[in-house]
Write a protein that binds this ligand. Sequence first.
Ligand SMILES: [Zn+2]
Length: 366
Amino acid sequence: MSRKQELIEMLKKLTEVPGPSGREESVRNIVAEYLKPYVDKLWVDSWGNLIGLKKGRSSDGKIMIAAHMDEIGLFVSHIEDDGFIRVVPIGGIIERTLIYQRVVLRTRDGRLIRGVVGLKPPHVAKPEELQKVPEFKELFIDIGASSREEVEKLGVRVGDIMVFDRELVELSGDRVTGKAFDDRVGVVSLIEASRIIEKPNVDVYLVATVQEEVGLKGARTSAFAISPDVAIAIDVTIASDVPGVAKSEWYTRLGKGPAIKIADGRNATGLIAHPRVVDLLINIAEKHRIPYQLEIISGGTTDASIIALNKEGVPAGTVSIPSRYIHSPVEVVDINDVYNAALLVARFAEEVTVEWLRELKGATLK
Ligand SMILES: [Zn+2]
């Protein structure tokens, strides 16, 4: 099997399990299996972050590389007398992408139950209702049950989680589609980077974080524990290279390589990547002939922006994987971008030295 195909297999395993924020355990177990052979130490902290340590020649410096395991999803909030289920969102899951989708519910004892997101039939809706996207409270989940008792007998309880029910399939041209690519493609890159990295100069902490989609929370707690000297987050970014979007708004393009982030968030209020980190990433990409693009987006941010605020501050950057249709069940990525993101991050981790980190700390004095 080619490496490309192996990465697709890994991504398939990682995306087809449910892992919304706060319920990442199924994902974590798979990531742990993949990371184990490539790290010197592997542990889970009290919040559920999975941390792998690859020891460097010197332990006077620490690099943190983060990718989040959680995906957007739903919580069961209410079970109706006639067996329909009401839900509330976990993270940025929106009405428009949910309508008429298949979802999978996981009960607290691990049972998987299929359902669909229903809506009142178009034939009985008012004409103006057909024009607009329904509100969240109008949506309901139909698991096929006809009473509350039936639902409860299946083991369903308020607080159980649901995610899109979607398998990964291959499209043409090394492209794949599925759900939760945000950020399982980042997790695949993290694992692949751990495999590629030869003996690094300083300690490398590979962190599969929890609860990114609900406020970058796992990155915050794990960064506090690790106290990195420099950090990189691997996450998806918007590939808006589709019809109807002006070329000036094509933030990134699919298949043109990982994106080195300059800034994100509205008016750059997310992360302003540390210029020295950006420069090193660009130099490495050029030296190793890794394709890359530069990225500035005006919405959304990643784990890097909270790691950057750890303690007295951490120089941080983001390596992004272009993805179309983010937060939908049909996200699309190019597997070459996933591999090249891993390669870029791995070479970065190898290149960083204690001296470079020391200089980085004093960089503002010059
Ligand atoms: Zn993400």
